[in-house]
Write a protein that binds this ligand. Structure first.
Ligand code: CP
Ligand code: NVA
Length: 302
């Protein structure tokens, strides 16, 4: 049976540990220049309704490393842009490809792709979640902290798609999760309920200092996500006191790691000083997207 990954909750704690182990191994092999042609003659379709640097390049390179092929399918250039249904597109692509990843405006689109295709479908970011990001992030936390249980993960900023996956992922892996955001920008109740059902320990505050007190991980993301551009002016005002800067870092543990899914708006949600400073693991995190996704597509497509 094919497996889809639309949410981080489509993976169990055991599966996440297995993926991270495989990702570490694939990272070693890549650095050593060892051949890894595990997906020879296999093709991954990559549907994009939104912009991307990391996700597009890392998935494409992953398929190259595996001896397979990746097809970049901008939604404006394929027939869905002219009214062909997602359901029909899913059926058609299933006849050619061995896997699909999709970055979509609405989560419903990636759900429909999964429902109507006979090949694995991966959510490469929707309005609800960004599970691939969190896998790369967890790999980075593992490399720097060697464990998840008992860590305090402080999210500072918008309770958005990446925050939802981080919240749910933390619940799965046993990390305490704190969100600091302006009132009205909390993760939606259904995500909080889901995290609670998994057994997650989380709190929500509008005080960034309280959130990062003794934190092991500080994570931030843009204040204006793709699709939220109309609210830009309002958001920039409301988030102004939620910047991750040196003053905020002083409250966290001295060995706190600072993370950001990127792209960053330097000088807004994060300062240059922190992003380029000794606590930042942001560029390792970006690289780890490649290794973690390689582990994921190997699991789903091999
Ligand atoms: N973090 C992330 O998904 O980056 P891109 O939007 O560049 O793919
Ligand atoms: N929250 C951001 C993440 C980008 C990778 C967005 O959805 O635009």
């Amino acid at each position: 049976m094919k497996k889809d990954v639309l949410s981080i909750t489509d993976l169990s704690r055991e599966e996440i540990y297995e993926l991270l182990e495989s990702a570490v191994d694939l990272k070693k092999k890549r650095k050593a220049g060892e051949p890894t042609e595990f997906l020879k003659n296999k093709s991954l379709g990559m549907i994009f309704e939104k912009a991307s640097t990391r996700t597009r390049v890392s998935f494409e390179v992953a398929m190259t490393d595996f001896g397979g092929h990746a097809l970049y399918l901008n939604s404006r250039d394929i027939q869905v842009g002219r009214g062909e249904t997602i359901e029909d597109t899913a059926r058609i692509l299933s006849g050619y490809l061995h896997g699909i990843m999709a970055r979509v405006m609405s989560h419903e689109t990636v759900k429909k792709l999964a429902e109507y295709s006979t090949i694995p479908v991966i959510n490469a970011l929707s309005d609800r979640e960004h599970p691939c990001q969190i896998l790369g992030d967890f790999m980075t936390i593992m490399e720097h902290k060697k464990k998840f249980e008992g860590l305090k993960f402080a999210w500072v900023g918008d309770g958005n798609n990446v925050c939802n996956s981080a919240l749910l992922g933390s619940a799965i892996m046993g990390m305490e999760f704190v969100v600091a955001c302006p009132k009205g920008y909390e993760p939606k109740a259904e995500f909080l309920e889901k995290a609670k059902a998994i057994g997650g320990k989380f709190t929500i505050t509008d005080d960034p200092k309280a959130a990062v007190k003794d934190a092991d991980v500080i994570y931030t993301d843009v204040w204006v996500s793709m699709g939220d551009e109309a609210e830009q002016e309002k958001r920039l005002k409301e988030f102004a006191t939620f910047q991750v800067n040196t003053e905020l870092l002083e409250v966290a543990k001295p060995d706190v790691i600072v993370m950001h899914c990127l792209p960053a708006r330097r000088g807004l949600e994060i300062t240059d000083e922190v992003m380029d400073g000794p606590n930042s693991v942001i560029f390792d995190e970006a690289e780890n997207r490649l290794h973690a996704q390689k582990a994921l597509i190997l699991k789903l497509m091999r």
